[in-house]
Design a protein around this ligand. Structure first.
Ligand SMILES: N[C@@H](CCC(=O)N[C@@H](CS)C(=O)NCC(=O)O)C(=O)O
Length: 211
């Protein structure tokens, strides 16, 4: 049985969980308690030597990196979320990379300083927040434009690229992101968050932690 190791407020680790749900993969999930340092325990380092979530175990096979895990799950399931056609895969890969490099990393800066740092008593770096918000201001219009032209990032149906985007924008509320300028994206996210693949995981980001 496929096991996904994750933490509910690690938005990178929600990508594989949402993907597994959306593709109806049979899996189980296990929370790695990041606050207790479980990611550095000898047992967990056996699964992911880099000490991060997410990770995946299927029999003797283990791996990490959210986007790679999502692709593995899709290939195993033979899912149309990552079709066999290599041009279709290339387009999905392009948008996964765009989302992870240009959106998720910017959200992470804002989320860390506005939400995680106060929670763990770390210093808040306001210049990092401004850098993150600047990246989002440059890059979210590209997503907005894409979703104005297509129902999903890569056309008419949902793919792994959309799952990556949904996961990347999970901290919308906790990072106090203002997405109101992006009406298509906001409506799109609102709809996605009512869908079974999402509600099977949680009602909203942070719900598991009482946030
Ligand atoms: N590139 C990785 C990022 C994973 C990552 O940064 N995970 C964080 C949580 S969001 C983590 O496990 N941090 C624990 C630590 O560094 O101790 C992916 O996409 O899977």
């Amino acid at each position: 049985m496929i096991k996904l190791y994750y933490h509910p407020i690690s938005f990178p680790s929600l990508g594989p969980v949402f993907a597994a749900e959306a593709m109806e993969v049979t899996y189980e999930k296990e929370v790695v308690d990041l606050q207790a340092g479980q990611q550095s325990s000898p047992e967990y380092l056996e699964i992911n030597p880099y000490g991060k979530v997410p990770a995946m175990k299927n029999g003797d096979f283990t791996m990490s990196e959210s986007a790679a895990i999502m692709r593995y799950l899709a290939r195993k399931a033979g899912s149309e979320f990552y079709p066999e056609n290599i041009e279709a895969q290339a387009e999905i890969d392009q948008w996964i990379d765009f989302v992870n490099h240009h959106i998720r990393s910017a959200v992470a800066r804002v989320q860390f300083n506005r939400f995680v740092a106060p929670m763990i008593g770390a210093d808040i770096d306001e210049s990092s927040v401004q850098t993150g918000l600047g990246f989002l201001k440059s890059n979210l219009p590209i997503i907005e434009n894409r979703l104005s032209e297509n129902a999903f990032l890569c056309g008419d149906t949902m793919t792994l690229a959309d799952i990556a985007l949904i996961a990347a924008l999970e901290p919308e509320k906790t990072a106090r992101l203002d997405l109101s300028a992006y009406s298509k994206l906001s409506a799109w996210l609102g709809t996605r968050r009512t869908e079974t693949f999402y509600t099977n995981v949680h009602s909203h980001f942070g719900a598991e932690m009482g946030i």
